[in-house]
Design a protein. Sequence first.
Length: 234
Amino acid sequence: MNKHKAIAWMQEKPFVFPASLFKNYKLLGLSDMQFLVILQLHQLREEGHSLPTPGQISQRMSVNEYECSKLLHELLSARFIEIKEVAVETGQVIEEEISLEPLFEKFYEFTSEESMEEDQETIKKIEGTLFETFENEFARPLTPMEMEMISMWLDEDLHEPTLIEAALKESVISSKLNFRYIDRILHDWKKSGVKSVEQAKKHGEEVRKHHTAAPLQLKVSKPHPGYNWLEGRS
């Protein structure tokens, strides 16, 4: 090998491309050949060819110039790539270049949707576990109204699931296992700025210390379904 050529190769920039795209390009609807064309476009751009021809691309692949032209057309039609007009440094001359920005936009949307779906799945699992914990403590299935109340604590009052579970445990410790009392606890914690299980434990200990002398009197934030708040029963 020619010494100068070998030194030039050693000084070439490494090929850098998001690994997550390698793993998921098929899920975006790209074929293997289309993705290979995209990789060639990326590398050619790094080498200073911002608008490579089908012929330049086909020289690096096993397909002919016609097939390369067809693949480029498919990528343009599906908006994985686009041809943009850009101003050179002088600001007076306009040149064209192939941009991969649409590909990255599609991938961002794909990952965002996936993330949202994962979040929804996580929320469902957390809610399911919370319902199960309540049923275990009450030793019976929850009524629709009780399930709705737990959902209101999560969705409307924005209580953390861990705090709701802590409030349930607090009601068990206080021998007042009912939804009305749990709601009072959560309301009191929110009013007192309790945001963690540790803070809830300390707050509960302080309340119990003064419970005999002065029973906890709390104002319920709002009526919840399924309870007679005046008489304290469902």
